[in-house]
Design a protein around this ligand. Sequence first.
Ligand code: ADP
Length: 721
Amino acid sequence: MILYYNIPDKIKNSIHYEGDERIYYAVPFDIDQNADWVSDSYLVVTTKKICVFLNGEEQKSYDIADCTAAKADPRVGGGILTLTHKGVEKIVVHYSAKHLSRYAYIARGINILISGRFEEVESKEYEKTCPKCGRAIPGTKTCPKCSKEGGFLKGFIRMAKPYRKSFFGIFVLMILAAVTTLLNPEIQKHLINDVLKGDGGMKRALVFLALMFSLSIGIVIVNILKSNASARLGAKISSDLRSQLFRKYQELPISFINDRRPGELLNRITGDTMYIRMFMEDVFCNLFAVLFIFIWDVIFMLILNAKLALIAFIFLPVALGITVAFRKTVDRIFRLQFRRQDDVSSDLQDVLSGMRVVKTYGKEKAESEKFKNLSFEFARIQRRNETFWAIFSPLLQLIMGLGVLAVVYFGGIDVLGDKMSPGELYQFVTYTSLLFQYISWMNRLPLQLAQLAACMDRVNDILTQEVEKEDESVVSDVRINGEITFDHATFGYKSYQPILEDLSVTVRPGEMIGIVGASGAGKSTLINLLMGLYEVDDGRLLIDGRDAKTIRKKCYHSQIGVVLQETFLFSGTILENIRFSKPDATYEEVIMAAKRANAHDFISDTPNGYNTYVGEKGYSLSGGERQRIAIARAILTDPRLLILDEATASLDTESEFMIQKALNRLTDGKTTFAIAHRLSTLKNADRIMVIDKRHVAEIGSHEELMAKRGIYYNLQMAQNS
Ligand code: ADP
């Protein structure tokens, strides 16, 4: 069974298999030790050995029984896979950056094989193939390319589909507007020919004028109705799109949100949806009317006077040619402009949300300078764009003006030679102007489409992101007892760079575990895994012996309480903020929780008590007070598992005392993981876990670890001194 990738039969057959030996992994690599590109090169891992095929030939082979560890190390522009073989670390293959994640998996797989846990390797679902294109897909995801295929137009049509009734209504109005627009020159022709020139008398003239007036009123009414309907539809589409995006943001894994700048995510919801609305209102809703009028206009012109029509049409390819010639430039400068605009708003959003840090480090000037540069660059591109249009538009108008002039000239000759009536010439000139007017409108279309394509791309990028669906087998009614086990768990924010590796530890129900380690050792990462924000890449996280992945997130989250260093308060009252963890909690329950969290007294002292407005622009609470709100939030749900992240750091003694007492009440009898910088705050912990170099370096009670004279002992000594 090959778990990863396919290899040519030639290589598969050239391996010497012993007994029931099978291939586990077979993956290509693309560079050699001199960083030269190679082809037809593979790493093949069987149940017994690891073979390297370079340029189609077997180069090296290592018995798994002689290996003790495998490691995938990222390097500049790629990485290396090393094996500890007979006690010596050897570089096995080199590969470029595109293989980084794959080799990280392989290294972990080899380590599992080395430790003899074969079933674990076999039970893993590594690489699937996309049903559409056959591309290899890592993990359980669907092919990202296929899910986005179809281009923006398909995406746009998909998005517009639910509103087809409204579109149909607008379409009917557009046709009405087009018919009335085309009818006007016909009436004008009769007015000139039959009445003015044919001396039809004032009475008939008035009839025609009344007809023209009614038609104009009709056009105005139809246009008002059309604009109204398209504005309503545009607003509805953008509002629905905004809600869809917002819902998607809630569903997407935290890693997706973390990988993007907040400003960028905000822009998708505000800027892009606004443009899509504008496009709907101004362009899409006129598009069919314009095409309809355009086609009829051409037909009428040909019927009226084919010679004059052809004269007018000569100018069309010129206008079209100019548009096509500049198409690429238009596309490029506008895409550039959107990108710069995005940069400016993203930067603004980032700086505004990080204003405290900016001010603390006195970086106002540097940030202003950076923003000024971005803004200047945006203005420069905008200026360039406008200059371009300032030349491009009049050039087109000139060509069209020449077209009308030619029609008047040759038509005038026909009128003088009695081959055409003045009314017909007037009608023809009106049709010609209309034709050019719509050509000019259509000229902006590629640009508007380019802008729409950019927006749709970005919106679709979010909307088509795969949301990891919970399995059918996931249960939603487990009562957590509190035994937590990390079973050979490995995790990295980037799959090829593990932060925690092969972590194995069991925490008993009700136990309090202190987590200690240098900054960046992975303490918060461990907490993130416990909170279910990320899933382990390898190994398992077990809750009461059950794989955490098989417990519904909602059920799991309702049984964990979290008190973090920084408590986030939403804009709302204190009551709402405490109730955040349990929206259906009664007022009495909230007060009870606040009392147990030592928060009731200070809440009573605020201007409106529990109804005091906090959060941004609201009443300011101190760090300690915020933490007590967080403790009250946690108490309210009576969680089975508690996570405290440096909960008593940076507080005055009074606050610390109050918080410590509240925490003691909260943690009583519950499995608790507590990170602390100040080791003294961990004196209540049953055991202390020291994380170092991606592993649990030490674990035991304070006394045991002190007696060990290892990392914990050194940290204690350093803090005491
Ligand atoms: P600690 O809490 O012990 O200070 P962390 O768990 O926060 O350490 O970080 C461990 C490592 O993971 C650090 O190298 C850090 O840069 C990296 N890291 C933390 N959060 C993220 C993230 N969201 N994305 C990528 N890397 C991260």
